[in-house]
Design a protein around this ligand. Sequence first.
Ligand code: WTA
Length: 638
Amino acid sequence: MSHQQELHGEVFYPPEHIVAQANLPDYEAQHQAMLADLAGEWGRIAEENFEWFAPWEKTLDESQAPFYKWFVGGKVNIVHNALDRHLKTWRRNKVALIWEGENYDQRSLTYHQLAREVCRFASVLRAMGVQKGDRVTIYMGRVPEIMIAMLACAKIGAVHSVVYGGFSVEALHERIEDSQSKVVVTADGAWLRGKVVQLKKIVDEALLRSPTVQTVIVVKRTGEDVHMEPGRDLWYHELMKLPIADAGCHTEIMDAEDPLFLLYTSGTTGKPKAILHTHGGYMVGVATTLKWVFDLKEEDTWWCAADPGWITGHSYIVYAPLLLGVTSVMYEGAPNHPFPDRWWDIVERHGVTVLYTAPTAIRGLMRFGDAWPNRHDLSSLRLLGSVGEPINPEAWKWYYRVIGGERCPIMDTWWQTETGNFMITPLPVTPLKPGSATKPFPGVDVEIVDEEGDPVAANEEGYLIVKRPWPAMLRTIYGDPDRYVKQYWERFSEPEKGKFIYMTGDSARRDEDGYIWVIGRVDDVIKVSGYRLGTAEIESALVSHPAVAEAAVIGVPDEVRGSVIKAYCILRAGVEPSPRLVEELREHVGHEVGPIAKPSSIEFVEKLPKTRSGKIMRRVLKARALGQDEGDLSTLEE
Ligand code: WTA
């Protein structure tokens, strides 16, 4: 290909054959066309690629910004497009999902089989009294039933709220309570590293704190003995044997703007917030981004190795691949179980063509050396992907060389729970720079600005913002529209001028070639192994322990996990610090929030740096922990 522009730094150009078959060959033309006519272009894409029960009247309604609406008045259901419409074509008998259990159990479901299971479970939910608009909490491991349950909810217009299976009692309770779910779908347990995660036991404990739940449906996965509460708990497999599990369930006709799901994520302060996504815009956004970025073709085998409990799994395990009608792989367990080549074995055996994972997993597997992947034939791979945090160039190059055999471009996709889909990302035709997410997706209008909201110069760090709406954007924080405005739109918008700016919470810089380098969060969000955690949730778990009076947590850099959590605790009067107490507090956080939130170190202190108004200055703690300059201390109370 011709390299029109001389790029600075180390650049990896895409191979000819990748460029030749790209689903979107001309990035620049498409980006410009979309910036020039955002609504027009998205309207065209929505019309050409999906079936609508009734057309929309207005593609984009900005009249109540920042409460944007897309495809206003359009009638649709994402499940109709993800499943039902394929049944009318040859895709009916195509494999939709190849599933592998950690213990090597295998299952695969064709589009017909998946659609049938979804229908039957949707009928069960209806029979349980779940109606359009009701919230259903789903708390499970990586098994096909998590996908079936999500799609069944969407099919009948219920709103799913998936809680990641690695979360624990208090985190689950809070999310059930906030969403006011009356039904919880869970499993007896999940396999992880050869051990059972006792999901049902965690549900039972959480429900002692959330008595409003009326029905718990339990999938049998591990076969371990679990307590079944009479009148409340029902086995999935028994329900699915009853006549109520009717395969003739109709798909609810939804408004494009009707809610599809809630997904809790942590933000700057306070409790986790429920990000709300809708049927219409989300559908158009996730499918289009997957099609253009990972270049999926009918014959591809796509493997997004994330967990369905996070946005990556919602968008790119469940919805987008089915919307495109491709075959996906889902793997239940840990990447290094029983050996560090488990993933490479899966790639080889299932003939995975596109693999999408996180830097933390790449770094973790890289530690075991090249021999493990080299033992496998990975030649089926065509493209690779990364998400969740910045990928360090060393890990990028290992991934490129050892896994991709220097033939597979790496799509480093930057996005968020809130954005719903990829926002800054290469396309297969984009020359790559290791560690840079490169350019905005077509139509995405990003900028990097200073404290005043003015664009910064090339190579200067600033706040990453988005200046125009996009179809898959969050619509609000469920139950708290004020917080939605405050959290995302207040900082840089000028509503009196009709100017609305979305604040991502990340900092970034743009180099002299226009390539974007995302640096990291500027708020109290910590990324541990790519998982997004909030300081507030971990701190409140710590102070819920009787020994702790006050707590503050920060993220400190870690070679494999990106960041790990360091906690500072002030003990209650009379409590003596001890190594045993450290262990007890770690366990307590594990029990309340989840194993991923366990601090890797806890320091007992006499006081915490606070502002005069009593806010903990985590920035100061962090600077001290890293031996850096503490910066401006004028607001410190001491
Ligand atoms: C970070 C995950 C650098 C970022 C899809 C963002 C990234 C947060 C990248 C959202 C990337 C995600 N490069 N940083 N390619 N992808 N991030 O909501 O800080 O779990 O704001 O969504 O992850 O995390 P979330």
